[in-house]
Design a protein around this ligand. Sequence first.
Ligand SMILES: NC(=O)C1=CN([C@@H]2O[C@H](COP(=O)(O)OP(=O)(O)OC[C@H]3O[C@@H](n4cnc5c(N)ncnc54)[C@H](O)[C@@H]3O)[C@@H](O)[C@H]2O)[C@@H](O)CC1
Ligand SMILES: Nc1ncnc2c1ncn2[C@@H]1O[C@H](COP(=O)(O)OP(=O)(O)O)[C@@H](O)[C@H]1O
Ligand SMILES: [K+]
Length: 494
Amino acid sequence: MNAPDHHLALLTTAQMAQADQAAVQAGISGIALMEAAGAAVASAVSARWRRQTVSILCGPGNNGGDGFVAARHLRDAGWPVRLGLLGDKALLTGDAAHHAQLWNDDIHPLTPALLDGAGLVIDALFGAGLSRPLSGAAASVIAALADRGLPVCAVDVPSGLDGNTGQVLGLVAPASITVTFFRKKPGHMLLPGRQLCGEIQVVDIGVPDTVLAALPISVFQNGPELWLQRYPWPTPDGHKYQRGHALVIGGRLMTGAARLAATACARVGAGLVSIAAPATAWSVYAGSVTSVMVYPLRESGSLDEVLSDGRINVLVVGPGAGVSDLTRMHALQALASRRAVVLDADAISVFSSDPQALFSAIAGPCVLTPHEGEFNRLFSVDGPKLDRARQAARSSGAIVVLKGADTVIAAPDGRTVINGNAPAYLATGGTGDVLAGLIAGLMAQGMEAFDAATAGVWLHGEAARLFGPGLLSEDLPGMVPRVLRRLLRHGLSR
Ligand SMILES: NC(=O)C1=CN([C@@H]2O[C@H](COP(=O)(O)OP(=O)(O)OC[C@H]3O[C@@H](n4cnc5c(N)ncnc54)[C@H](O)[C@@H]3O)[C@@H](O)[C@H]2O)[C@@H](O)CC1
Ligand SMILES: Nc1ncnc2c1ncn2[C@@H]1O[C@H](COP(=O)(O)OP(=O)(O)O)[C@@H](O)[C@H]1O
Ligand SMILES: [K+]
């Protein structure tokens, strides 16, 4: 991922601290950055709420410093402000001490009583780099805040949220708005963090984009800017064989899944799409698809014969396949053929007793698309979602798409993308099969596996978002043309 993508970069808390330091080294004062940060919080608050009593909870670090700045701006704009500080003003250091000095008004101790009579609250206790769960007075006031359900504007993150993982350290009061600076952190995208942040506003406080060049950024938010330049739009001189031939292996009983994958694969532009299915199910498949061709498999189930067609360049194994020796054989044959492969659902679960057999067979481009349950059958890694997906990609040698409302796409080389456009309407049977088909369809057209997985996940979310309530998995392929049309028309300006 290259320089123009950097507005989608997600900075770890350590990288954010480095970015701040680099800005200061470049001659931008920390005091000015904090002034800009606090002023942005104040303007976000006054843009959203009418003037009323606001309680500002300030912590002992720079997050609290932002709170002092916001307090001054709101008070100067005529807001009744009550400011509470965790600890002693005399113990503040650096930029926070400077801005606390500029606050020539009352400072209250941090207790739940601060919330009495407040119409809304600014949470400037701790930022994204919190190192341990909230305790003592901070924990009591955040518990009281969560309990009273007052509207909250969080500074950087709702205090108690781990900016790297999106996990809660102890407890968090959910915010209506979160104002963060320069770039989002992974915790703004990952659940439960994304939901606890409310609406996220990323503001420019004067940190120059050039500081990013020195940072080893590997995590990005998903968006067309990441892959649109390499999107395989058809060319005027192209013919269908240049747009690939994808083969979806169909199961004997659950025939809908492979049909969904095949239809999605065709809709996203694969030149040819075929389903290979047991002869006994041939008529079911053949009678229900039109542009998709159906091959009957031999009694043995072997793919050898179909794979003798050298034009087939991508295979999808797993949707509706059944957890069986046959599915295992199909996955291994697909991988041994050195074509690009998408393994989903049962083709993942079937390796639960021997994941190494799968990992050893992965030599070419391979995308695994597990949901949490399937993931846990294959990988015994604990920890935050981002780390688990990355570790799984490294140990398997495949692109891992760890699905969910905050799908993480990870490559063995460390590239990682977090998706944020998927609506909850996707939580319905068969949508995963559609995703497998979309990814395969993009790979059929020559898109690199990681790009295809990333673009596929985004198109899938966008198709669901455009359809909205009442979505069934079979509605998704038909929405793909609309999503692609918007992408063509608006490009990156959407
Ligand atoms: N130049 C900069 O560095 C800028 C920083 N900004 C603000 O600075 C924040 C980051 O500042 P800091 O690194 O000072 O972080 P925090 O303000 O979150 O404070 C961390 C401090 O709290 C202590 N601490 C950590 N966990 C604790 C716990 N559970 N209980 C009690 N104390 C705990 C730490 O030892 C440290 O002293 C950002 O969130 C942002 O709001 C902005 O002002 C923009 C500019
Ligand atoms: N609450 C949710 N919000 C957004 N996307 C979701 C949610 N739940 C599931 N999804 C998405 O829906 C798809 C479901 O896939 P999967 O679990 O394999 O279902 P199936 O096996 O029925 O096809 C995945 O792409 C997943 O990321
Ligand atoms: K905060």
